[in-house]
Each structure stands twice: as C-alpha cells, then as structure tokens.
Design a protein around this ligand. Structure first.
Ligand code: UDP
Ligand code: MG
Length: 311
C-alpha cells in the first residue's frame, strides 16, 4: 500500500460521502494504491451509518468505531495504528482540506528523499482579530518555554513517511498535543501554505474556551517552566520581605517611628495567599497529569473495526 488517508470524523454525517468522493476524484489518476481509514470518534449522529455504506465501494476502506468521543488526537493515533501505507496523510473529514494537496505532498516526498514530512500551514485565516492576537501570544509563549518548535498556523493536515508514523505511535502519552508531538519526534518537515476552505456541513467543535484549555495543555505537556514560577516568585518575595524587615527595624529602633500596619498586613496576606494558591495550582496541573498518566489507560477504545479488504 502506497498511501493511507487517516480521517477523524466526529458528527460529520453530511460530509462523509462528499469527502469520500473528493478523495476518489482527486486521486483518480494518481497511479498508486491507497486506503482510507475513517475514525468514527463517538459521533452521536448518523456518521457510522454513512461510513458503513462506503464499505461497498471499490476503494479499500477501514472504519475504526470508537466506544465514545475520545477527541481528534486519539482518533489520529488510532488511524495511524491501523494504517498500512508507506505514506500516511492525516486530513480532516469536513472538506476544509483538499485531498489533491495530499497528492502534491506525496509527489514532493517521492522527489525529495531527505524530507520525511510535508505539513500544510495556513498563513491567512478568516479569524477574528482577538483570536489571532491570542494565538500570536500563545505561540510566542510556548516557543519561549519549550525546546520543541511550534509553528504557528501549522495544521494536522500532513503527509509523512512510515518511520515517522512509527515514532509518533511510540509516544503513548495520554495528553496528546499533536502539534508538539509532530515536532518533538524530529524528522525533516517541509511546510506548504494552503488556505482552508469553508466547512462543508456541520460546525467546528472549537470554542474559545476549548482552544484556551488546549493551549494550556500544550504548555503543560511540553514544558516544566511554569513550575519555576513558584521558585522565582518565592525567592523574590523572600528578598523583598527581608529588605522590608530591615526598613521596619531601622524605623523603629533608630527613628522611633511607630509602625502602622493594618492595611499593609491585609494586602500582604492576600497577595501571598494568592501567589501560593497560584503556585499550588501549577503544581496541581502537573500532578493531575502524572495521576492520569500513571493509570495507563488506553488512548482510545475501539468498539469495532470494519474493513472491506484484507491487510
Ligand atoms: N474531530 C474528531 N473528534 C473531535 C473533534 C473533531 O475526530 O472530538 C474531527 C472532525 O470531525 C474534523 C476534524 O477533527 O474532521 C477537525 O475538527 P473541526 O473541523 O471541528 O476543527 P477545525 O477545522 O475547526 O480546526
Ligand atoms: Mg474543520
């Protein structure tokens, strides 16, 4: 098998058939064999029903049916595990990304042997200014606090060689932040710009709140720098309080000024209490991750795998 498409689908009932057709049309004269691996990520609509219809077609199709919604990251992992191609393309199931671009990615990798991955990145997105502002901030921050390189606008839409897929599969962490994982495993990646189409049907599953928590996940998964905040803040407050202590002693003993302090004490207690809780919260984020990871639960649970070919 030359190429495996991995397509995560969550409530995409209206997009399944058009997506299948798009792949089929775009790869009609490609001259190599390919398979499509759909992951039904616990959809609550008729996605599975639509997917099963594809088993009657002539293209090799595999459907991994999750027992519930595990998220796109888990869906991509499952798809990679089941893929058998020399190249693997991860592509969304909502027609925002064109399968024809995957074809270009494959020909690029065929020609340029020193590259292992071609990733699509969006240099212009039809997003609000506020969201762009926060995204810019996020990428600045995460690139500062981690050694892994995070490329702004890089999408999961990418094609890579089998060894890279193997390396990604070896990373069995529960909190999966694919943008980081793709970059962490190394390998030479070529970025090509693309413009995402409008979503064909249904709606995006990303709200600002979800994006924010995803961003935090990225930072906590790839960096321990936030932990240093507690140490640094602790050292600074200790030094400041030492200075203040000397000031108070000198005021009292040398100048005999009575030290008034109600407001100061209240402010200091609140400030220090707040800082302590904040630091505890950061430590808590890491402990929560350790706790969940040590349970070693599977990244996904597949109820059933359907396929119309033998691999
Ligand atoms: N997706 C998924 N599980 C989820 C959320 C999304 O498999 O929990 C799939 C979804 O069906 C789509 C792709 O991931 O094929 C991208 O999702 P979406 O279009 O919501 O994200 P966006 O394009 O807005 O970044
Ligand atoms: Mg989309």
């Amino acid at each position: 098998m030359k190429l495996s498409f991995v397509i995560p689908c969550y409530n995409e009932e209206k997009n399944v058939q058009p997506m299948y057709k798009a792949v089929k049309d775009d790869l009609e004269n490609c001259g190599f064999d390919y398979e499509i691996i759909f992951v039904n990520d616990g959809s609550s609509d008729g996605t599975l029903k639509e997917l099963k219809k594809l088993l009657d077609g002539e293209i090799p199709v595999k459907i991994i049916d999750f027992s519930r919604n595990f998220g796109k990251e888990s869906a991509m992992y499952a798809g990679l595990e089941e893929s058998g191609g020399e190249y693997i393309t991860i592509i969304d199931g909502d027609l925002q990304q064109r399968p024809s671009l995957a074809l270009e990615m494959v020909s690029f990798l065929e020609k340029e042997k020193e590259y292992d991955c071609v990733a699509a990145f969006q240099n212009e997105r039809g997003e609000s200014k506020t969201l762009t502002f926060f995204k810019n901030r996020f990428y600045k921050l995460i690139n500062r606090v981690t050694d892994t390189e995070f490329v702004q606008g890089a999408s999961d839409f990418r094609t890579f060689r089998r060894p890279m897929a193997q390396s990604i599969l070896e990373m069995k962490e529960y909190f999966r932040f694919s943008k980081g994982l793709f970059s962490w495993v190394g390998y030479k990646t070529y970025f090509i710009p693309y413009k995402a189409e409008e979503r064909a049907n249904g709606s995006s599953k990303w709200s600002f709140k979800k994006l924010f928590s995803y961003a935090l996940d990225g930072i906590f998964s790839f960096s321990t720098t936030p932990l240093r905040f507690a140490s640094v803040a602790g050292i600074i407050t200790s030094l400041l309080s030492l200075i203040y202590l000397i000031v108070v002693i000198v005021q009292k003993l040398v100048f005999g000024i009575p030290v008034k302090g109600y407001a100061t004490i209240v402010v200091l207690i609140l400030l220090l209490g707040g800082m302590q809780l904040f630091a505890l919260g950061i430590i808590g984020e890491y402990i929560a991750r350790i706790y969940i990871q040590t349970k070693n639960r599977p990244i996904y649970i597949a109820k059933k795998i359907y396929k119309n070919f033998e691999d």
